[in-house]
Ligand binder design. Structure first.
Ligand code: UDP
Length: 575
């Protein structure tokens, strides 16, 4: 347990354990061959190698040191596959992929093969299954019946379950089905029993046309994806209610707003985006890969103020780092390589938002927090653009730039720049709150999904506060460990309990306001779980989903805190 925030190692005890289990290089007998510090240097050296391509060799050392410092200080971390695989043979460094699913058996199984290979190397995959003919449709070649999208999803799910990503990461998938597919009703309820499709997050792909049909309580047509014949007519608001009911029951499905996504698709000329990566933060074209990285906001507070100057420098460095990754990345297949190099998408985001707010003394559920969220993300967006434009001047724009909506006014090295990832693992490594989420709990047992070991996690700032103010630490922690919350610890003053509210104590409106405030300045998307109290109703879920569409978020996932449901743990995948 960490008592005063001081460590000889650059990382906390919890982080060290996770790094030893899954990230550090090992020999055949499972002995670690490197320390966390050496891991960061391995990554920095590998990524800075890309700089050799663009000029002054003497600068490679400078960038190696800068990249290393950013990681060792835990101010910036790239997504897990980069930390795990940089410098390894055939090291795949991206976390996010979308793969096409076409309506033919050979195509489906070649996608399944690529999925298996991507997941084996720590990447997550997203699919839209809407091109598949519905369950029980006739098959021309054999005269039999089609399995339909859900039948094939079960095959993908079983394969993911077996791969378990070389024991280092669980296979994560996003499965999307469009709202007008004939099997949509089956899809909406396909995760109800909690036992099927465990390696999938599922979302319904909805359009503005459908949302307007819901608003006006109109009929909605389910159409065959190939013949375009109407197979069934349903009432749009009944279908919408059905989505909300299932999300209320079990957290799935979520919703992705496809028109909102495509309004901001910079490469619409190449095709509409139909799917996202597993946690929803990166909408991608088929075969595209994306590298993510997150700035730890809690490290950018100085004397109770945001350190804008330092943040600006870190954004510029991080964009360079992520662009360099594209050069030294290993791509499993030429389709993935070609489109990833042609579009050069990256996703720089943040973690440690709740920790930053505590340092600034701002409650999560306050207008001040939401305004700061916008201000910070706009600042990161503007500086990301500037950094990518500078790189474009040095290295050239991304090859598909003339086909993009950035052309001709904004020269950019990367088709997209920002994204808010869940940071499920890297926030543990950085010892900070995950992503833009409020604290999950102030003290809790963290279960490792791979080996079932438990670790106790205590919020550092909270612990420091208790010690500094001479509270009875053990007594308070015992209470807090029971349910993660401070709200019943009456010995603490109300203003402290307000600052340290946990996820389930923040009302859904505030969760959504944070998501929308960040999304406004993000060209990719935001991964966020909207927590609802157990007592919330299906109507409230419907309203929350509807509000998310109005606020122009790209998708939404809810979690109703039903005791024993443990959905967050399932959803968080790496938690
Ligand atoms: N991901 C995955 N398996 C996992 C966790 C994550 O494939 O067990 C992928 C998935 O695409 C997800 C992305 O990595 O959307 C980023 O997740 P997160 O930020 O939690 O990853 P981290 O870098 O913290 O491990």
């Amino acid at each position: 347990m960490e008592l005063n925030g001081v460590h000889a190692s650059p990382v906390s005890d919890n982080a060290l354990q996770i790094l030893q289990e899954r990230y550090l290089l090992k020999d055949l007998l499972d002995n670690c061959l490197e320390s966390p510090g050496e891991m960061f240097m391995r990554v920095a050296k590998w990524v800075a190698k890309a700089e050799e391509k663009w000029g002054d060799l003497s600068l490679v050392k400078k960038w190696t040191m800068e990249f290393n410092n950013a990681m060792v200080s835990l101010k910036f971390l790239p997504n897990s596959p980069t930390l795990m695989n940089a410098g390894r043979k055939k090291g795949q460094l991206s976390a996010c992929f979308v793969l096409p699913v076409e309506d033919s058996l050979p195509d489906i199984f070649s996608t399944l093969k690529l999925m298996a290979m991507i997941q084996q190397k720590g990447g997550g995959t997203g699919f839209n299954f809407s091109h598949l003919r519905p369950e029980k449709a006739n098959l021309k070649n054999t005269g039999g019946w089609a399995s339909g999208p859900i039948g094939f999803m079960k095959i993908f799910d079983a394969a993911s379950g077996q791969i378990k990503q070389a024991g280092r990461r669980r296979g994560a998938n996003m499965g999307i089905l469009d709202i007008d597919h004939p099997d949509i009703e089956l899809f909406i309820s396909c995760k109800r029993n909690f036992t099927s499709l465990k390696n999938f997050n599922i979302s319904v792909g909805v359009t503005d046309k459908f949302m307007l049909a819901v608003e006006r309580k109109k009929d909605w047509f389910l159409t065959h994806p190939q013949s375009h014949e109407i197979v069934k007519t349903v009432n749009a608001s009944d279908l919408w209610r059905n989505i909300a009911q299932n999300a209320w029951d079990c957290g799935d499905p979520g919703v992705v707003f496809l028109d909102t996504i495509n309004r901001q698709n910079p490469l619409l000329s190449l095709g509409k985006i139909e799917a996202t990566n597993p946690c929803g933060e990166v909408p991608l074209l088929p075969f595209e890969a994306c590298n993510l990285g997150s700035i730890n906001l809690s490290k950018f507070v100085s004397r109770k103020k945001v350190d804008w100057e330092a943040l600006m420098k870190m954004v510029h460095l991080a964009i360079r780092f992520l662009d360099d990754i594209i050069e030294v990345n290993y791509y499993l297949q030429s389709e993935v390589k070609d489109i990833s190099l042609a579009n050069r998408k990256i996703g720089l985001g943040v973690m440690g938002w709740a920790d930053m707010l505590v340092k600034l003394n701002i409650p999560y559920d306050s207008n001040e927090a939401v305004e700061l969220a916008s201000q910070i993300m706009k600042f990161i967006r503007d500086n990301s653009r500037e950094a990518s434009t500078n790189l474009a001047k040095e290295r050239g724009c991304f090859p598909n730039w003339p086909k993009s909506n950035h052309f001709p006014h904004r020269p950019l090295r990367n088709a997209t720049l920002n994204s808010i990832a869940p940071t499920g693992s890297i926030s543990i490594i950085a010892d900070t709150s995950s992503s833009i989420e409020p604290f999950f709990a102030l003290a809790f047992q963290r279960k490792n999904v791979l080996n079932n070991h438990s670790l106790i996690s205590i919020n550092n700032q909270f612990l420091d506060f208790l010690y500094e103010n001479q509270y009875p630490v053990t007594e308070i922690l015992e209470k807090v460990l029971a349910n993660g919350s401070t709200q019943d610890v009456k010995i603490l003053p109300p203003e402290i309990r307000r600052i340290y509210k946990i996820s389930e104590e923040i009302s859904p409106e505030w969760h959504l306001k944070h998501q929308a405030a960040f999304q406004k300045y993000i060209d990719n998307a935001v991964s966020k779980t909207i927590n609802l109290p157990e007592s919330s109703t299906v109507e409230e879920v419907e309203k929350t989903f509807f509000h998310a569409w109005k606020l122009q978020t790209k998708g939404i996932t809810i979690f109703r805190n039903v005791k024993g449901m443990k959905k967050v743990i399932e959803k968080g995948i790496t938690v």
